[in-house]
Design a binder for this molecule. Structure first.
Ligand code: AMP
Length: 192
């Protein structure tokens, strides 16, 4: 089973992906985690990614498409994967369709975790107040979130009608408690 989790930054895609990893034995493919690993390794990709991520912008589509194409070809993805943070532009969504078609892989569910901007801003302010700086992501601050939300609305939200037009998009209320959101996702998956 292959799933895309869509939604704004801080909606809980990573949290829900981990629930699916534990419950369904799927692999979580978080492009943000992959880029943070590249930053930690000090590679050339990592240097580029650090500047882009700190500014709350997006990495170039061709780089991200190549990263995902390589990753979903690895054997551990055979039982199914959850895309968390990809696709983030319509160009990435189109490239994903093409690559899945070429590899003969299905796309089973596209799930939007919907959260209002004001709730995301409240969440980040709480995290900033409660978490020591060293324990937070470098891009986890109110200023960068503002840019990331603008980028989300301009470049990522247009993906929603792309999947809606294919009758693939299912929406869950991401403002409910974590367990409740997991149950909404489970119901979608169980319904097939
Ligand atoms: P995330 O952990 O998914 O919130 O991603 C953190 C940052 O990594 C984003 O703000 C982008 O700068 C970058 N990033 C992650 N995934 C993508 C993607 N699919 N396309 C472009 N940039 C990405």
């Amino acid at each position: 089973m292959n799933i895309i989790l869509l939604g704004p930054p801080g909606a809980g895609k990573g949290t829900q992906a981990k629930v699916l990893v534990d419950g369904k034995g799927l692999v979580q493919l978080s492009t943000g985690d992959m880029l943070r690993a590249a930053v930690a390794s000090g590679s050339e990709l990592g240097r580029e990614a650090k500047a882009v991520m700190d500014a709350g912008k997006l990495m170039p589509d061709d780089i991200m498409v190549q990263i995902i194409s390589d990753r979903i070809s690895e054997p551990d993805c055979e039982n199914g994967f959850i895309l968390d943070g990809f696709p983030r532009t319509t160009a990435q969504a189109e490239a994903l369709d093409k690559m899945l078609g070429e590899k003969g892989l299905p796309l089973d569910h596209v799930i939007e975790i919907s959260v209002n901007d004001s709730v995301l801003i409240d969440r980040i302010n709480t995290r900033v107040a409660e978490t020591p700086e060293g324990e937070r992501r470098d891009d986890d601050n109110a200023e960068t979130l503002k840019h990331r939300l603008e980028v989300y609305h301009e470049q990522t939200a247009p993906i929603l009608p792309y999947y809606e037009g294919r009758s693939m998009l299912k929406k869950v209320d991401g403002m409910k408690p974590i367990d409740d959101v997991s149950k909404q996702i489970e119901a979608i998956i169980t319904a097939g």
